[in-house]
Design a protein. Structure first.
Length: 236
Protein backbone atom coordinates (compact mmCIF):
# COMPACT_ATOMS: atom_id res chain seq x y z
CA UNK A 1 0.00 0.00 0.00
CA UNK A 2 1.32 3.47 -0.87
CA UNK A 3 2.21 5.96 1.82
CA UNK A 4 -0.64 8.31 0.92
CA UNK A 5 -3.18 5.49 1.19
CA UNK A 6 -1.73 4.48 4.54
CA UNK A 7 -2.09 8.01 5.83
CA UNK A 8 -5.73 8.12 4.73
CA UNK A 9 -6.44 4.79 6.42
CA UNK A 10 -4.85 6.06 9.63
CA UNK A 11 -6.96 9.21 9.65
CA UNK A 12 -10.15 7.27 8.92
CA UNK A 13 -9.38 4.89 11.76
CA UNK A 14 -8.86 7.82 14.11
CA UNK A 15 -12.23 9.34 13.22
CA UNK A 16 -14.26 6.11 13.28
CA UNK A 17 -12.78 4.48 16.38
CA UNK A 18 -13.89 4.98 19.95
CA UNK A 19 -10.69 6.13 21.59
CA UNK A 20 -11.93 5.23 25.05
CA UNK A 21 -11.38 1.58 24.15
CA UNK A 22 -8.02 0.59 25.60
CA UNK A 23 -7.34 -2.21 23.11
CA UNK A 24 -8.18 0.02 20.19
CA UNK A 25 -5.73 2.63 21.40
CA UNK A 26 -3.02 0.01 21.72
CA UNK A 27 -3.75 -1.30 18.25
CA UNK A 28 -3.52 2.18 16.71
CA UNK A 29 -0.33 2.93 18.61
CA UNK A 30 1.33 -0.24 17.35
CA UNK A 31 0.03 0.33 13.81
CA UNK A 32 1.28 3.93 13.82
CA UNK A 33 4.72 2.81 15.04
CA UNK A 34 4.98 0.26 12.23
CA UNK A 35 3.78 2.86 9.72
CA UNK A 36 6.34 5.49 10.70
CA UNK A 37 9.09 2.87 10.85
CA UNK A 38 8.24 1.93 7.27
CA UNK A 39 8.19 5.60 6.32
CA UNK A 40 11.69 6.03 7.72
CA UNK A 41 12.96 2.98 5.87
CA UNK A 42 11.41 4.19 2.60
CA UNK A 43 12.88 7.69 3.07
CA UNK A 44 16.28 6.18 3.78
CA UNK A 45 16.11 4.11 0.60
CA UNK A 46 15.61 7.31 -1.39
CA UNK A 47 18.37 9.21 0.42
CA UNK A 48 20.94 10.84 -1.85
CA UNK A 49 24.50 12.01 -1.37
CA UNK A 50 25.47 15.55 -2.43
CA UNK A 51 28.30 16.21 -4.86
CA UNK A 52 29.79 19.70 -4.37
CA UNK A 53 31.70 21.37 -7.20
CA UNK A 54 34.44 23.94 -6.72
CA UNK A 55 32.26 26.63 -8.33
CA UNK A 56 29.56 26.23 -5.67
CA UNK A 57 27.19 24.11 -7.75
CA UNK A 58 25.92 20.83 -6.35
CA UNK A 59 23.82 17.85 -7.39
CA UNK A 60 22.27 14.83 -5.72
CA UNK A 61 23.98 11.57 -6.58
CA UNK A 62 24.07 7.90 -5.59
CA UNK A 63 26.15 4.80 -6.26
CA UNK A 64 29.36 6.75 -6.78
CA UNK A 65 32.85 5.30 -7.04
CA UNK A 66 36.36 6.55 -7.75
CA UNK A 67 38.18 5.44 -10.91
CA UNK A 68 41.66 5.82 -12.40
CA UNK A 69 43.55 6.46 -9.17
CA UNK A 70 40.78 8.71 -7.82
CA UNK A 71 41.03 11.04 -10.83
CA UNK A 72 37.49 10.27 -12.02
CA UNK A 73 34.24 10.00 -10.06
CA UNK A 74 31.54 7.83 -11.58
CA UNK A 75 28.05 8.38 -10.15
CA UNK A 76 24.35 8.05 -10.82
CA UNK A 77 22.60 11.41 -11.10
CA UNK A 78 19.06 12.32 -10.04
CA UNK A 79 17.74 11.16 -13.42
CA UNK A 80 19.17 7.69 -12.90
CA UNK A 81 21.94 8.08 -15.49
CA UNK A 82 25.61 7.36 -14.79
CA UNK A 83 28.07 10.17 -15.35
CA UNK A 84 31.84 10.71 -15.03
CA UNK A 85 33.43 13.88 -13.68
CA UNK A 86 37.07 14.72 -13.04
CA UNK A 87 38.01 15.00 -9.38
CA UNK A 88 39.76 18.32 -10.09
CA UNK A 89 36.33 19.97 -10.38
CA UNK A 90 34.99 18.54 -7.10
CA UNK A 91 35.25 19.96 -3.60
CA UNK A 92 33.65 17.17 -1.55
CA UNK A 93 30.86 14.63 -1.31
CA UNK A 94 28.44 15.01 1.60
CA UNK A 95 26.86 11.68 2.32
CA UNK A 96 23.24 11.31 3.39
CA UNK A 97 24.33 9.98 6.80
CA UNK A 98 26.16 13.22 7.57
CA UNK A 99 29.67 12.04 6.75
CA UNK A 100 31.92 13.98 4.38
CA UNK A 101 34.21 12.50 1.74
CA UNK A 102 37.01 14.97 1.03
CA UNK A 103 37.92 15.18 -2.66
CA UNK A 104 39.73 18.49 -3.02
CA UNK A 105 43.42 18.35 -2.15
CA UNK A 106 45.71 21.41 -2.10
CA UNK A 107 48.44 21.25 -4.72
CA UNK A 108 51.89 20.23 -3.49
CA UNK A 109 53.54 21.89 -6.47
CA UNK A 110 55.13 25.18 -5.37
CA UNK A 111 54.83 26.49 -8.93
CA UNK A 112 51.08 25.96 -8.93
CA UNK A 113 48.69 28.79 -8.18
CA UNK A 114 46.17 26.27 -6.82
CA UNK A 115 47.46 26.41 -3.26
CA UNK A 116 44.30 27.10 -1.26
CA UNK A 117 43.92 25.08 1.91
CA UNK A 118 40.83 22.93 2.41
CA UNK A 119 39.29 25.56 4.72
CA UNK A 120 40.09 28.37 2.28
CA UNK A 121 38.51 26.42 -0.57
CA UNK A 122 35.49 25.76 1.64
CA UNK A 123 35.00 29.53 2.00
CA UNK A 124 35.37 30.01 -1.78
CA UNK A 125 32.87 27.24 -2.53
CA UNK A 126 30.44 28.64 0.03
CA UNK A 127 30.50 32.05 -1.66
CA UNK A 128 29.87 30.45 -5.04
CA UNK A 129 26.99 28.44 -3.63
CA UNK A 130 25.23 31.52 -2.24
CA UNK A 131 25.63 33.33 -5.56
CA UNK A 132 24.25 30.36 -7.49
CA UNK A 133 21.23 30.24 -5.20
CA UNK A 134 20.31 33.91 -4.85
CA UNK A 135 21.92 36.01 -7.60
CA UNK A 136 19.39 36.68 -10.37
CA UNK A 137 21.34 38.65 -13.03
CA UNK A 138 18.09 40.19 -14.31
CA UNK A 139 19.86 43.35 -15.47
CA UNK A 140 22.28 41.33 -17.60
CA UNK A 141 19.38 39.44 -19.19
CA UNK A 142 17.48 42.63 -20.02
CA UNK A 143 20.59 44.31 -21.40
CA UNK A 144 21.32 41.26 -23.54
CA UNK A 145 17.74 41.19 -24.79
CA UNK A 146 17.76 44.87 -25.75
CA UNK A 147 21.08 44.50 -27.56
CA UNK A 148 19.78 41.35 -29.24
CA UNK A 149 16.66 43.10 -30.48
CA UNK A 150 18.58 46.10 -31.81
CA UNK A 151 21.40 44.13 -33.46
CA UNK A 152 19.54 42.59 -36.45
CA UNK A 153 17.84 45.89 -37.24
CA UNK A 154 21.16 47.72 -37.16
CA UNK A 155 22.86 45.06 -39.29
CA UNK A 156 19.98 45.02 -41.78
CA UNK A 157 20.15 48.81 -42.04
CA UNK A 158 23.73 48.67 -43.31
CA UNK A 159 22.84 45.89 -45.77
CA UNK A 160 24.29 42.83 -44.03
CA UNK A 161 22.60 39.49 -43.40
CA UNK A 162 20.58 39.75 -40.16
CA UNK A 163 22.22 36.56 -38.89
CA UNK A 164 25.48 38.47 -38.51
CA UNK A 165 23.70 40.18 -35.66
CA UNK A 166 24.71 37.31 -33.37
CA UNK A 167 28.15 38.88 -33.13
CA UNK A 168 26.77 41.94 -31.35
CA UNK A 169 25.16 40.23 -28.30
CA UNK A 170 28.20 37.92 -28.10
CA UNK A 171 30.45 40.97 -27.84
CA UNK A 172 28.10 42.46 -25.25
CA UNK A 173 28.32 39.28 -23.17
CA UNK A 174 32.11 39.43 -23.36
CA UNK A 175 32.03 42.98 -22.00
CA UNK A 176 29.70 41.90 -19.19
CA UNK A 177 32.13 39.10 -18.41
CA UNK A 178 34.84 41.66 -17.67
CA UNK A 179 32.78 43.29 -14.96
CA UNK A 180 31.82 41.68 -11.67
CA UNK A 181 29.06 42.28 -9.09
CA UNK A 182 29.56 45.00 -6.52
CA UNK A 183 31.36 43.86 -3.37
CA UNK A 184 29.20 46.27 -1.37
CA UNK A 185 26.03 44.33 -2.18
CA UNK A 186 27.68 41.06 -1.19
CA UNK A 187 28.64 42.57 2.17
CA UNK A 188 25.07 43.82 2.67
CA UNK A 189 23.65 40.34 2.05
CA UNK A 190 26.29 38.43 3.99
CA UNK A 191 27.93 40.71 6.58
CA UNK A 192 29.55 37.88 8.51
CA UNK A 193 30.70 35.63 5.67
CA UNK A 194 31.95 38.59 3.61
CA UNK A 195 34.70 39.16 6.17
CA UNK A 196 36.45 36.29 4.41
CA UNK A 197 38.02 37.50 1.17
CA UNK A 198 37.69 34.10 -0.50
CA UNK A 199 33.95 33.99 0.21
CA UNK A 200 33.56 37.29 -1.63
CA UNK A 201 35.77 36.06 -4.47
CA UNK A 202 33.78 32.84 -4.84
CA UNK A 203 30.51 34.80 -4.80
CA UNK A 204 31.70 37.26 -7.43
CA UNK A 205 33.05 34.56 -9.74
CA UNK A 206 29.81 32.56 -9.62
CA UNK A 207 27.72 35.73 -10.05
CA UNK A 208 29.83 36.72 -13.05
CA UNK A 209 29.16 33.36 -14.70
CA UNK A 210 25.43 33.84 -14.14
CA UNK A 211 25.59 37.32 -15.64
CA UNK A 212 27.34 36.04 -18.76
CA UNK A 213 24.88 33.17 -19.14
CA UNK A 214 21.87 35.46 -18.61
CA UNK A 215 23.26 37.98 -21.10
CA UNK A 216 23.74 35.26 -23.73
CA UNK A 217 20.22 33.91 -23.18
CA UNK A 218 18.72 37.39 -23.36
CA UNK A 219 20.75 38.24 -26.46
CA UNK A 220 19.69 35.09 -28.32
CA UNK A 221 16.06 35.65 -27.41
CA UNK A 222 16.26 39.25 -28.57
CA UNK A 223 17.89 38.30 -31.87
CA UNK A 224 15.25 35.66 -32.58
CA UNK A 225 12.43 38.09 -31.76
CA UNK A 226 13.93 40.84 -33.90
CA UNK A 227 14.64 38.60 -36.92
CA UNK A 228 11.10 37.24 -36.73
CA UNK A 229 9.70 40.76 -36.84
CA UNK A 230 11.98 41.68 -39.78
CA UNK A 231 10.88 38.67 -41.81
CA UNK A 232 7.19 39.24 -41.02
CA UNK A 233 7.40 42.92 -42.00
CA UNK A 234 9.41 42.19 -45.18
CA UNK A 235 6.96 39.44 -46.18
CA UNK A 236 4.12 41.92 -46.05
Amino acid sequence: MGLINQILVLFLACFKTNFSNMWTNRFLAIWASIFFMGLSIESGAQAKDTLWYLNGDFELISEYKFLENNEIINYKNAKGKFRDVESDFIYAIHMSNGEKVAVYQPSLNEQSTDTLSVEEMKSFVSGGHYANMEYRAIGAFLEGYIVGVAAPMAVATIGLNPFYALIVPAANSAVIGITRPSERKIIERHPDESKQALFVEGYREAAKRKRIKSSINGGLLGVVASITVIFVVSAN
